[in-house]
Design a binder for this molecule. Structure first.
Ligand SMILES: *[C@@H]1O[C@H](CO)[C@@H](O)[C@H](O)[C@H]1NC(C)=O
Ligand SMILES: *[C@@H]1O[C@H](CO)[C@@H](O)[C@H](O)[C@H]1NC(C)=O
Length: 425
């Protein structure tokens, strides 16, 4: 049996107990006074240990999250400011590309929004900071923290009653998994489960909309990709973790009554986009006069993508939140069946990569130096093409921006953000 001290203060080393027992054996006949003194010494030592433990805990909290001021920020940001049907949404990955756009759109119509982001350095953190500033200017508070930090999530749900979670935090990119496979497990698996655990335990439970990926269609050849098609031949670890996420969320829906909507995004692009994506890095390289690498499939077949403009995806995210239906569980128990949905959010008109490059050349008024290379078999798929009839039927999803128009807006943003000269550095 552990001593009382150990039960209360797990950080206390076992020394005290052993010494106590040892002394007890040797000095069984000694006066009670001596034992009392010893007990007091042990108690004082335990107390000091406990206090230093609490101090270091507090230092950790103040350096990242916690405190009165921080809590007020969370509460204010989560506040709903419209009269009918408003929601309070926790947006994970809020300093990310899609996360920042969705947060702004929700705030604009009067919903409560609290963001969370770990600002990791997978790509230039200064771009994430700039997005954060944009959100701060619009009265959206972003918590600097990790979704796998359960204590932080519990705290957030304690102080703000989120009706919805828009879960967009993830480790993205297909080739980066060969360098850092662990980060996909950390965010896309462990982080997802930590988040679902907290959602399932909260009362009332929020409805969850989260980002899956078109990459779950893997090596499928039948086009367009429909939600009911097979998704058991992923071509990358990224795709495999997203597929796992679909299965994991299904179990939380089934066991705990969480309302779940998974969105399979198709190559989302636009202003404030991700620098690791081809259209973005091509723009940078073309402006700097550097060659770009254009992958081709077998037999020189061009790769094609169903590029989807950010504003269309935002409408899809918000349509999903508005139609999510309620979670039915409370206190970790299911009280009835809850919705489980999966939607493609694509554009339905694939464009080949060389055509995309030609559009960039036109908007940038610079010719690209293209190196055609056979696509390595390490994650990319030859083409994607979404069947979006399901999202259209459920919430009227209808993309309106073609690639030509969307890239024009992207280039305009790129040049205003980085400047013409910086682009040429
Ligand atoms: C995520 O959090 C859990 C529980 O706090 C922890 O055990 C685990 O090591 C973390 N996983 C990763 C991959 O960081
Ligand atoms: C698109 O998906 C719907 C189901 O949402 C299906 O009925 C339809 O046949 C699919 N269309 C094509 C062209 O595959």
């Amino acid at each position: 049996m552990p001593s009382l001290e150990e039960e209360l203060f797990p950080s206390t080393p076992g020394k005290f107990k052993d010494r106590n027992r040892h002394f007890h054996r040797c000095f069984a006949s000694t006066s009670n006074m001596f034992l009392w003194a010893l007990f007091l010494i042990a108690l004082t030592a335990s107390y000091l240990c406990f206090q230093s433990f609490m101090d270091s805990g507090n230092r950790y909290f103040t350096s990242t999250w916690g405190g009165h001021h921080w809590e007020r920020n969370v509460i204010n940001s989560a506040q709903i400011r419209r009269s009918h049907g408003g929601m309070s949404v926790l947006v994970t990955g809020a300093a990310g590309f899609v996360g920042s756009h969705v947060s702004l759109a929700l705030k604009k119509r009067g919903d409560g929004v609290v963001g969370i982001d770990n600002f990791n350095n997978y790509y230039d953190p200064s771009l994430k900071k700039a997005r954060k500033n944009l959100l701060t200017q619009n009265s959206i508070f972003i918590v600097d923290g990790d979704i796998n930090d359960s204590k932080l999530l519990v705290k957030l749900f304690d102080i703000a009653r989120f009706t919805h979670v828009m879960h967009l935090a993830a480790q993205a990119g297909v080739r980066y998994a060969m360098e850092n496979p662990g980060s996909y497990i950390h965010s896309n698996i462990a982080g997802l489960v930590s988040l679902l655990e907290v959602c399932k335990n909260s009362n009332p439970q929020p409805a969850i909309v989260w980002a899956s990926s078109s990459s779950v269609y893997g090596l499928n050849e039948k086009v367009p990709f429909s939600e009911s098609d097979r998704t058991d031949q992923p071509a990358s670890l990224y795709a495999a973790t997203k597929k796992a996420g679909e299965e994991i969320t299904h179990t939380y829906n089934h066991i705990y009554g969480l309302s779940i909507t998974g969105l399979r995004f198709f190559t989302v692009y636009g202003p404030w986009g991700r620098p690791d994506m081809a259209y973005f890095s091509f723009t940078r390289n073309i402006l700097q006069g550097k060659p770009i690498t254009v992958y081709r499939g077998k037999n020189r077949v061009d790769l094609a993508r169903d590029f989807t403009y950010i504003d269309d995806v935002v409408k899809g995210c918000i349509g999903s939140l508005d139609t999510s239906g309620k979670s039915t569980g409370s206190g970790g128990k299911k009280r009835g069946p809850a919705p489980y949905r999966i939607f493609n959010l694509g554009n339905t008109s694939p464009v080949t990569v060389p055509m995309m490059v030609a559009m960039l050349e036109k908007h940038l008024k610079v010719k690209a130096k293209k190196n055609f290379v056979v696509m390595p078999g390490n994650g990319d798929v030859p083409f994607t093409h979404a069947n979006i009839s399901s999202a259209r039927k459920e919430f009227g999803y209808k993309p309106t921006t073609d690639l030509q128009t969307g890239l024009k807006k992207f280039v305009k943003w790129y040049l205003s953000y980085y400047g013409y000269d910086q682009g040429k550095l």
